[in-house]
Design a protein around this ligand. Structure first.
Ligand code: BES
Ligand code: MN
Ligand code: ZN
Length: 509
């Protein structure tokens, strides 16, 4: 879906000729709802308050009610949206703006008259409104519904913040669009084409390795996972290198365009939804789009590890031993633990360039969903790197939870025939953590350090298991729709944008 144009408006909100005008309400001290801000005239404000009282609205967060516009207001409808009883923050504004646009239905012009006094609030209002207004490009009979053409933000002149919010929301749209695309249409090659066209015009170099080049380069993880499919795998590197960059961040995304499990076939019910298994690759693509548009001052390389995991006569077998880029061997005991195999290649390739920080993003384990549910991403890695990612998530209003990588679980991955096995046999305990421990083995040493097992010699690395928050299988809330969410895209954009020399220095302790 395309985002509408975003404009500001510095006249009274009554004058905006829009389809829906979003106005905030909070639970007042006298238990009756209060209309927030002096955005409308006295009579119209009283009219809206009476409407809120009559409808029993309290002003709690998540409440959004469409009412006719009051007589003095040029809008067609007003959406009364609860801002909650607590002090307003960019997060609550983002949430409320999203609840409101989600309630709006198909209209062409929405205006937001919420309190957006500073740049952070203005940006949050734009992000929330746009993210809540996202609609799936469904393959259905076309309707006469108008396209959403304009989003007006009332009462701010912070153009930079509005445009930053628009850029970031547009990147989240890209992630959601890619994840929503059915897997018959989205496979490694077409994924590459989609991303290439989404990045057109931006200062991003794109290197694509096809199956032959992957074989030449020794990318045994991506090839092994992809070999069961008639649609061959790809490794795509997206490079953004601004002049004078003081740091280099590598992002590695799991891009399984469909995860059937391979010969370790998933049961029918577990396969439903597995088109979303490319969300990590979509996420890092969205991040690249945003940071290049926002002129981030640091170099960023995104590695998209793309393969379709299918069972067939050419598929890899449980028992196969494959060689990951860089030479480590893996005994594949379960072909459904495929994400870690493609990421192993990606992490090693990323490490060869000695970036200051590597972050991988993956819908990696069902165990992450069991442990953390659908709202928190699991965050693992070394302390300095996870600290930076956690801070970035916090600043974006996104939820991550730091999890350990317990050393004693590593021996479960010991193999008699290879350097490591891809799953622990006989135990599924700590599945999210075991997957993290596996990935850690493929993070290379810092420049000038010998490759050994000493973690302090490793390139700072964080791993985000987004198997939970990548998709919302319950009903929509705030700016989060049902289905693909784009979770952690905004966090990673903030991570890149905040990577100044102090942040880099903090990683070299
Ligand atoms: N893509 C799945 C992770 C997943 C599973 C996401 C269920 C959402 C719901 C991943 O490739 C996978 O299949 N992981 C296995 C690992 C196991 C074989 C060690 C899992 O979690 O069951
Ligand atoms: Mn799998
Ligand atoms: Zn998978």
């Amino acid at each position: 879906m395309n985002i509408p144009r975003v404009v500001s408006h510095n006249q009274p909100a009554d004058l905006i000729d829009c389809d829906a005008l979003i106005v905030g309400i909070t639970p007042g001290l006298d238990k009756t709802p209060t209309i927030v801000g002096d955005v409308l005239g006295e009579a119209d404000t009283a009219w809206l308050k009476a409407a809120a009282v009559a409808l029993g609205k309290k002003g709690s967060l998540d409440e959004a009610t469409v009412v006719p516009a009051p007589p003095g207001c040029k809008a067609t409808t007003v959406i009364l949206v609860g801002l909650g009883p607590k002090e307003l923050t960019p997060s609550s504004l983002r949430h409320a703006a999203g609840s409101a646009t989600r309630a709006a239905g198909p209209v062409s012009h929405i205006a937001v008259a919420l309190p957006v006094d500073d740049a952070a609030s203005a940006q949050a209002a734009v992000e929330g409104a746009l993210l809540g207004g996202y609609r799936v490009n469904a393959k259905k009979k076309p309707t006469d519904d108008p396209d959403w053409a304009t989003l007006t933000i009332v009462g701010t002149d912070k153009q930079g913040a509005l445009q930053a919010g628009a850029v970031i929301a547009e990147s989240v749209y890209l992630v959601r669009d890619l994840v929503n695309t059915p897997p018959n249409d989205l496979y490694p090659e077409s994924f590459t084409d989609h991303v290439t066209s989404a990045l057109k015009g931006l200062p991003i170099e794109i290197d694509v390795l096809d199956e032959h080049q992957l074989a030449e380069g020794g990318f045994g993880g991506i090839l092994g996972v992809g070999q069961g499919s008639t649609r061959p795998p790809r490794l795509v590197a997206l490079r953004y290198r601004p002049e004078g960059a003081t740091a280099h961040i590598a992002l590695v995304g799991k891009g399984i365009t469909f995860d059937s499990g391979g010969l370790s076939l998933k049961p029918a019910a577990s396969m439903v939804g597995m088109k979303y298994d490319m969300t990590g690759a979509a996420t890092v693509s969205g991040v690249m789009r945003a940071v290049a548009s926002l002129h981030a001052p640091v170099a960023v390389t995104a590695w998209l590890c793309l393969a379709e995991n299918m069972p067939s006569g050419s598929a890899q077998r449980p028992g196969d031993v494959i060689t990951i880029h860089g030479g480590k061997t893996v005994e594949v005991l379960n072909t459904d633990a495929e994400g870690r195999l493609v990421l192993a290649d990606g992490l090693h390739a990323a490490s060869e360039e000695f970036p200051d920080l590597i972050v991988d993003v993956a819908t990696l384990t069902g165990a992450a969903r069991i442990a953390l549910g659908e709202r928190y991403a699991g965050l693992m890695g070394d302390q300095l790197a996870t600290g930076l990612v956690a801070q970035a998530a916090e600043s974006a209003g996104e939820l991550v939870w730091t999890m350990p990588l317990p050393e004693e679980l590593r021996k479960g991955l010991n193999s008699d025939v290879a350097d490591i096995a891809n799953v622990a046999t006989g135990s599924s305990l700590g599945g999210m953590l075991v997957a993290g421990l596996f990935l850690k083995e493929f993070v290379g040493p810092r420049q000038g350090q010998p490759a050994d097992d000493d973690s302090s010699a490793q390139i700072p690395w964080a791993h985000l298991d987004i198997a939970g928050p990548a998709s919302n299988t319950s009903s929509a809330y705030g700016y989060t729709p049902k289905g693909p969410t784009g979770a952690t895209t905004r966090a990673l954009v903030n991570l890149v944008m905040a990577m100044d020399s102090d942040a880099v220095a903090s990683l070299v302790q």
